[in-house]
Design a protein around this ligand. Structure first.
Ligand SMILES: O=P(O)(O)O[C@H]1O[C@H](CO)[C@@H](O)[C@H]1O
Ligand SMILES: O=c1cc[nH]c(=O)[nH]1
Length: 262
């Protein structure tokens, strides 16, 4: 059977995500940007199995308390994140939780702090294909609630935040690039005048595209850096593991509840 250009799936397998034929994914999937974080997440799950890697998409499955949890990296930015979301939704995933890093803008958020994403300010291109730019990007209440509950049970006290998701890490996030220092500084000043607590590159896409596809959506981010104090967390691994433990606990709770209501 020939692949269709309009709908290039073959034998139930998508063109991008590396899923073996016949494999069924759990209802809830964690979405790190960095493919290396899939294996880190595997370290906090039971019976972790790597299903494969294609391009920036690294996919694995495991369990928490007997409940299945998938982990799929999205790569950096909106376009690859959109691909992951559409293919995961068609593979049966119903809830997605971004598990990423961010640069904190709010002075009260220190490097290493955990943050539950409630909203994302919209600037990206991929999400605009799915919902008019005026449509707010919001996390599903039950995902945010599950993340806060899971954080408390892991001894964490995350901040609730609004994040700006940006398609550019350097000048777009106000970082000086040779010859473009003034432009980057003006951009940073403009961002600082907005009511956002941090910057990442995928939350908007997860919230908007995921919601348009009918998924429950949310995110937990760890501050890798503070733009307010210009600090950068060099020993980043422990903070990522704390975030992943919270996300995995929440994913299992959401997955258990969705299995019970099926
Ligand atoms: O920590 P992850 O999920 O990789 O995401 C953050 O890190 C990348 C930039 O270094 C961007 O993708 C940003 O959103
Ligand atoms: O500063 C940062 C850190 C992580 N991710 C970003 O997008 N920006």
């Amino acid at each position: 059977m020939a692949r269709s250009a309009a709908d290039p799936w073959l034998n139930g397998r998508p063109p991008h995500l590396p899923i073996p034929e016949g494999e069924r994914l759990p209802a809830v999937c964690l979405l790190p940007g960095d493919p290396a974080r899939v294996d880190r997440a595997g370290g906090v799950l039971d019976d972790f199995r790597l299903l494969g890697q294609n391009r920036e998409f690294r996919l694995g499955v495991g369990h928490v308390g007997g409940v299945g949890v998938a982990v799929c990296s999205t790569g950096i930015g909106g376009p690859s994140t959109e691909i992951a979301l559409v293919e995961l939704a068609r593979l049966g995933v119903g809830t997605v939780i971004r598990t990423g890093g961010m640069g904190a803008l709010a002075a009260h958020i220190a490097p290493g702090d955990l943050c539950v994403v409630t909203t994302a300010a919209r600037e990206g291109g991929a999400a605009a294909c799915y919902a008019d730019p005026a449509t707010p990007a919001r996390s599903s209440t039950d995902v945010s609630t599950a993340l806060r509950t899971a954080a408390a049970s892991n001894g964490e006290a995350p901040h609730d935040i609004g994040v700006l998701s940006c398609d550019s890490y350097y000048v777009g996030e106000g970082r000086p690039v040779p010859g473009l220092e003034a432009r980057a500084a003006a951009r940073l000043a403009a961002i600082e005048s907005r009511a956002v607590d941090g910057m990442d590159m995928e939350c908007e896409t997860v919230l908007v595209v995921g919601a348009a596809l009918g998924l429950r959506v949310g995110g937990i981010l760890v501050a890798h850096a503070s733009r307010a104090t210009d600090q950068w967390l060099e020993d980043y691994e422990p903070a990522q593991l704390r975030m992943l433990r919270v996300a995995a606990t929440a994913a299992a709770e959401l997955g258990r509840a969705s299995t019970e209501t099926r």
